[in-house]
Write a protein that binds this ligand. Structure first.
Ligand code: HEM
Length: 494
């Protein structure tokens, strides 16, 4: 019998590849950035020493930005300039919009997951998708259509589910909100109902794969050089192997959505996907559009609701004020029956804006500089620099919100009881300028309807107490460990 080759020889080719890749990596970093940076910030980033003092990377960045005179910092090893300065944000998102596209680097990082979907492209591809999506989302009738879907999902699924869970049973509200927003966005955008909000159904393989793909794609952006993940992808090992597998599962569902929609006939319903399908015959492109709209509508809304319901039990006066306003505007124990009535709930709107000020669903957003330039605060940005604006840090800036910036105070948005929006470059939670969120109005309707329905019907208590959330890596803010709560029916009615 032939002797088995020893482990060492079995892995030799792999070790050689790894060694050569490391050399290549170091060389490319040196070539690109001139030298390995060992400034205090880069050192803390690379050694993770920031985590001794801060729960989350975004908290550490907020601290650094707060203490920087121009509210702009540099993470040299990532080639990343990060800003919390509203003038810079306006310059990047509006004044010199063309000079700060998503860029090739960004498309590369998210390309395997998002493909040519709207979040990942510039130029004509972006303009085409924006035009198509706007035609759908800006229709006046879409508001009542969205309102109908959202309220059906609340009254026939969300409320009965929470009612049936009463007592001491602990529920993960984050998971429930993700199922809720997944059903809603699929019904709204694709005309299909996945019925995810049936707790009897286990979390679908798809949802797990989708979250994993989002998390691993976001992690690519945090590596010191793209070469690192590219080599892993080429070798199909570790996180890249996992990412490939997750994307395979996501693709199966996205293709199923397209095929179901086709079977139902494109002219029978007017939804976003049908609109795209009538104009496009490219399955991969349609897959990218499906994935992007799930990301846009599911994770952001669920994230906003999770942080709102984490804050409300800590601020019972806010919940009382929401109930009081709802009783006055809608009538005691009355559901929201018309879209117009929602616009009269100013305190509720202020609460939702305030919650997203402190906990924006998209904590930061990056662009890549096309040509050398200087930001309004005097920061020089070279071609190829990744430039990030940071809504999470901006919500914590005294210069923008005053000395009580860390307090949760819906009143800061009200003048004589009327909601007054803030300059979007100070509050870029929905982004601002040319690429502002296209689903903002729909998202607000969804958030307000869920918030008012649950606050009026239930007492929701946190089952686990911690001073601040810990977020897991991903494209949208997600609470590590979910949001465990106890739900009791029958609130003091107003
Ligand atoms: C609380 C909920 C939401 C928040 C905070 C939010 C925030 C954002 C942000 C920050 C962007 C810019 C992202 C980037 O450029 O990478 C964006 C873009 C976008 N959002 Fe939302 N979004 C929300 C809900 C929705 C919903 C429900 C939809 C769909 C119905 C939607 C559709 C879109 C689309 C299509 C874009 C791309 C716009 C473009 O690139 O021109 N969003 N959103």
């Amino acid at each position: 019998m032939e002797p088995e080759p020893s482990c060492f020889f079995q892995f030799l080719p792999f070790l050689i590849i790894l060694f050569l890749s490391s050399l290549l990596l170091l060389y490319s970093i040196k070539l690109k950035r001139g030298l390995w940076c060992n400034c205090e910030i880069c050192d803390a980033y690379l050694t993770l020493s920031w985590s001794k003092q801060f729960h989350n990377l975004c908290d550490w960045y907020s601290h650094l930005l707060k203490n920087s005179p121009g509210k702009t910092i540099h993470i040299h090893v990532l080639g990343n300039t990060i800003t919390a300065n509203p003038d810079n944000v306006e310059y990047i998102l509006k004044t010199r919009f063309e000079n700060f596209p998503k860029g090739k680097q960004f498309s590369m990082i998210l390309g395997d997951f998002l493909g040519r979907g709207i979040f990942n492209v510039d130029g004509d591809l972006w303009r085409f998708q924006k035009k198509m999506a706007s035609l759908e989302l800006d229709r006046f009738s879409i508001r009542s259509y969205a309102f109908e879907i959202i309220n059906h999902e609340i009254n026939h699924r969300l409320v009965p589910l929470l009612s049936s869970a009463g007592g001491d049973r602990i529920l993960d509200l984050q998971d429930i909100f993700r199922r809720f927003s997944f059903d809603t966005i699929c019904r709204f955008s694709f005309g299909l109902d996945p019925e995810c909000l049936k707790l009897s159904l286990p979390i679908s393989e798809f949802a797990i794969a989708f979250d994993m793909a989002s998390k691993l794609s976001a992690q690519r952006a945090m590596t010191a050089s793209p070469l690192l993940w590219k080599i892993k992808r080429w070798l199909n090992i570790g996180s890249e192997k996992q990412l490939r597998e997750s994307i395979r599962v996501v693709n199966v569902l996205a293709r199923e959505v397209i095929s179901q929609r086709r079977k139902m006939g494109l002219l029978s319903h007017e939804d976003l996907l049908s609109r795209f399908m009538i104009s496009l015959n490219d399955e991969t492109y349609l897959r990218d559009i499906v994935v992007s709209f799930i990301l846009a509508g599911r994770d952001t809304v669920a994230s906003a609701l999770t942080s709102l319901f984490w804050l409300l039990p800590k601020y019972p006066d806010v919940a009382v004020a929401i109930r009081e306003e709802a009783g006055r505007v809608l009538g005691p124990n009355q559901d929201i029956t018309s879209f117009d009535k929602i616009n009269e709930l100013h305190y509720l709107q202020a609460t939702i804006y305030e919650s997203m000020r402190l906990y924006p669903p998209i904590q930061f957003d990056s662009k890549f500089c096309q040509a050398d330039g200087t930001l309004p605060d005097g920061t020089v940005v070279k071609k190829g620099t990744r430039v990030t604006y940071h809504p999470y840090a901006m919500g914590r800036m005294e210069d923008i919100w005053g000395p009580d910036c860390l307090e949760f105070k819906p009143e800061r948005w009200l003048r004589d009881g009327v909601f007054i929006p803030e300059n979007p470059f100070k509050y870029p939670v929905f982004q601002a300028g040319s690429r502002m969120c296209l689903g903002k109005e729909m998202a607000l309707v969804e958030l307000k309807c869920v918030a008012v329905s649950l606050v009026r019907r239930f007492n929701i208590e946190l089952a686990t107490h911690y001073p601040m959330p810990r977020f897991s890596a991903g494209l949208t803010a997600t609470f590590c460990g979910g949001l465990p709560v106890k739900v009791r029916e029958g609130n003091p009615k107003s």
